[in-house]
Design a protein around this ligand. Structure first.
Ligand code: MCA
Ligand code: AMP
Length: 464
């Protein structure tokens, strides 16, 4: 039986120490974190929803835990979100204030900013989480339009973290190291709440660089494939990870050559795991199981998976999942929530998977090419196209993800435009949305190839 998320955060499962948590060299004990989070909880008590400017800092951890303690849903805001993205997230979520925000930034959306002070201390309010209120609202891209708010229940987080603790033998004895952003499941839920729930030490390196990972001396490392491919390109840093207990890759497919080079340099095979913002982590390779390139493992305890539309009985099809780690819906979008589920309540992931005879899963692609994964970030082609079309010089735009050695996929925009440079359009998107949603390349065309219905034929764009 999964213990409530809140009690595990406040129990102090592990012996405390002054450097229980470290964010880019700024250390704090669990007691420090809980004291400062308690002060946040008092300040926001009664709010319907708060946003957190989710920099990769201790302040973000304090603000998020403060929200959890107060039972107030937390919306992490990418710290570099431009005005279009920020305004959408604040308005759509109804967040009443931004913790750790910078005054001017949020005025336009009519939302007050409240600083987070690590020196403040207050007892956390005694409460149990209201099952009808989500713990987190994470904004994530669909194929079209603006990002949707994914409602993540407290119990889903607890079930996911307990499942991962089981499959990875993750305990208070570990030191977890990563440098991932704190506005997504990977860095925030696994990388911060996971450390708090298991009671392990956390070293957040600020940025996920090979040198910082090598210097951190951890037992358990998290990274997206881009991080691991950068690690193997720095053999000196990679070798310094040899003493770790477990190297974990997730958020996108780990290329087989990177898997093999990691093994050659560190003497150990990484474990892969698979998930989505909507489902948290559902499938993972076990620490005591087989670790094979391209295989993301078996369902977490309590999770079930199945393949829809299996072709020729060949064990390949769209992956559907059900279980205790699933979201409770898209905020304010009942129709999209319904469309994302089957009639019998399973979540349609949109990923194409293959099931091996031993029950391990392989992710072989995505049903829609309009969801791009670049550096482990999920980016909707439609959102980037809309941002480009907001530029006065752009008449037409089509965005695709092309294979890229470092990022997995690279965002490439094809535009019909006059009197504007490639760099100006890249900077425009980086400024309106988040920096990671910017196209890395822009190609100028006379016209977009379209089918008889007038829809851009994206398959024809590659190579133009
Ligand atoms: C460059 N920069 C710019 C511009 N160009 N800034 C403004 N305008 C521009 N035109 C700056 C950036 O601000 C940044 O500055 C620097 O260039 C590098 O940024 P970027 O190019 O984005 O970094 P990168 O090197 O390409 O990033 C690689 C990365 C990153 C570090 C691996 O992609 C990353 O952190 N990925 C993690 C994604 C993740 O956590 N996904 C989990 C999703 P400065 O350096 O000063 O900041 S959750 C999920 O998928 C599920 C649940 C799962 O399974 O986990
Ligand atoms: P996000 O919504 O950012 O959480 O992205 C979820 C998507 O990331 C999934 O639908 C998959 O396409 C992809 N993904 C996550 N983990 C893996 C993995 N281990 N292998 C392949 N794709 C993955």
């Amino acid at each position: 039986m999964t213990a409530a998320l809140l009690s595990s955060l406040t129990d102090g499962a592990a012996a405390d120490r002054p450097d229980a948590l470290s964010f880019a060299g700024r250390t704090l004990s669990r007691e420090d974190l809980l004291g400062a989070a308690g002060a946040v909880a008092h300040r926001i008590s009664g709010a319907e929803c708060v946003a957190v400017r989710a920099t990769a800092t201790a302040e973000t951890a304090v603000a998020v835990v403060g929200g959890l303690l107060a039972g107030v849903p937390v919306v992490p805001l990418p710290p570099d979100a431009g005005p279009v993205e920020r305004r959408h997230i604040l308005r759509d979520s109804g967040a009443e204030l931004v913790l750790g925000g910078e005054g001017g930034e949020n005025e336009e959306a009519g939302v007050a900013s409240v600083p987070v002070d690590l020196r403040e201390r207050a007892d956390h309010p005694e409460r149990t989480a209201d099952p009808d209120r989500p713990a987190l609202i994470l904004y994530t891209s669909g194929t079209t339009g603006a990002p949707k708010g994914v409602l993540i229940p407290h119990d889903a987080i607890a079930a996911c973290l307990d499942g991962l603790a089981d499959v990875w033998q993750w305990t208070a004895e570990d030191t977890l190291v990563h440098g991932l952003p704190l506005f997504h499941v990977h860095g925030l839920v696994l990388g911060v709440l996971g450390a708090l729930r298991t009671g392990c030490r956390l070293v957040h390196t600020g940025r996920p660089t090979p040198e910082a990972y090598a210097a951190a001396g951890g037992s358990l490392y998290f990274g997206v494939p881009t991080v691991w491919s950068r690690v193997v390109r720095d053999p000196g840093a990679a070798r310094r990870l040899s003493g770790a207990r477990l190297l974990v890759s997730g958020s996108a497919a780990l290329p087989a050559p990177v898997f093999r080079e990691l093994e050659a340099l560190t003497g150990q095979r990484p474990v892969e795991r698979y998930g989505m913002t909507e489902t948290l982590i559902t499938v993972a390779a076990r620490a005591d199981g087989e670790r094979v390139p391209g295989r993301v493992g078996v369902p977490l305890p309590g999770t079930r998976t199945r393949l829809a539309a299996v072709e020729d009985g060949g064990g390949i099809g769209e992956l559907e999942v059900s279980g205790p780690t699933l979201f409770s819906g898209y905020l304010g979008r009942p129709e999209e929530t319904a469309r994302a589920h089957t009639a019998d309540g399973w979540f349609r992931t949109g990923d194409i998977a293959a099931l091996d005879p031993d029950g391990t899963h392989r992710i072989v692609g995505r049903a829609s090419t309009d969801l791009i994964k670049s550096g482990g970030y999920r980016i909707g082609a439609g959102e980037v196209e809309n941002a480009l079309l907001d530029h006065p010089a752009v008449a037409e735009a089509a965005v695709v993800g092309l294979p890229h050695d470092d990022l997995g996929q690279e965002i490439v925009a094809y535009v019909v435009a006059d009197g504007v440079t490639e760099q100006a359009l890249i900077d425009f998107v980086a400024g309106q949305l988040s920096v990671h949603k910017r196209p890395r390349r822009v190609r100028f065309l006379e016209a977009l190839p379209r089918n008889a219905m007038g829809k851009p034929q994206k398959k024809l764009l590659e190579g133009l």
